[in-house]
Design a binder for this molecule. Structure first.
Ligand SMILES: CC(C)(COP(=O)(O)OP(=O)(O)OC[C@H]1O[C@@H](n2cnc3c(N)ncnc32)[C@H](O)[C@@H]1OP(=O)(O)O)[C@@H](O)C(=O)NCCC(=O)NCCS
Length: 197
């Protein structure tokens, strides 16, 4: 009897501050992990070659993001480039994230990207997430999918050039290797590398 009372009494003692902090941290991590799982369940990733009806959606997203000088302004150019990059087994290849029959984002892998670094290959191409879906894990899921595919296809490393998404690539495990002035974009880009094996 005394033992039970003692146990109850101990259980109601205030927890030390560090214990409460640890508890809050654990709950926060649990909530983050559940919300990541829910976000991933909300979309699927497939080859754009298997979802040709989504090519126009992806092209429009890219045109809206990049279709201004010095990049081509004609939406038809973006449609043509997106269709050309929708390979199946050989580069260039594109993966599309979709939900409710619409494209949410896409990413490609091609032999070359910036003219200044034709000595390196392959390159991430046209990574884009629909503006209203950003920050929900679609970009991360697309990059995971692409790098797994590239590793299985026996590529040992891949490269990416970006002017504004270095933080995103770092979060995905890529390492910046150099800054290069890219003439076709009229700006300096960061080149990043990811080891695949
Ligand atoms: C860059 C882009 C593809 C990211 O896609 P997204 O779906 O918004 O990214 P996610 O939601 O998967 O984010 C994954 C993680 O990266 C982080 N992140 C996303 N964008 C970031 C950025 N620009 N800088 C730093 N971190 C970033 C997120 O906070 C998240 O971190 P967490 O998991 O620790 O919370 C998207 O913002 C986009 O389409 N931007 C415009 C086009 C572009 O810049 N493309 C890259 C061209 S090379």
């Amino acid at each position: 009897m005394g033992g039970i009372l003692e146990h109850r009494h101990l259980g109601s003692l205030p927890q030390p501050r560090s214990g409460r902090r640890r508890g809050r941290r654990l709950i926060r991590r649990l909530v983050q992990s559940i919300s990541r799982t829910v976000r991933r369940m909300a979309h699927r990733i497939s080859l754009l070659a298997d979802q040709p009806e989504l090519i126009a959606d992806v092209a429009t997203m890219r045109w809206q993001e990049w279709g201004h000088p010095p990049e081509p302004e004609d939406p038809a150019w973006w449609l043509d480039a997106t269709a050309r990059e929708a390979g199946r087994a050989a580069l260039p290849i594109t993966f599309v994230a979709s939900g409710d029959g619409a494209a949410l984002g896409a990413v490609g892998l091609g032999q070359f990207d910036i003219e200044e670094r034709r000595d390196l290959s392959p390159w991430v191409l046209g990574l884009i997430v629909r503006p209203d879906c950003r920050g929900t894990g679609v970009g991360l899921a697309l990059m995971d999918h692409l790098t797994h595919w590239a590793a299985e296809a026996a590529f040992t490393a891949a490269w990416a050039a970006t002017a504004g998404a270095e933080g995103f690539y770092s979060r995905c495990g890529w390492t910046a290797t150099e800054k290069v002035f890219c003439a076709s974009q009229g700006q300096t880009v960061t080149v990043l590398r990811k080891t695949l094996v």
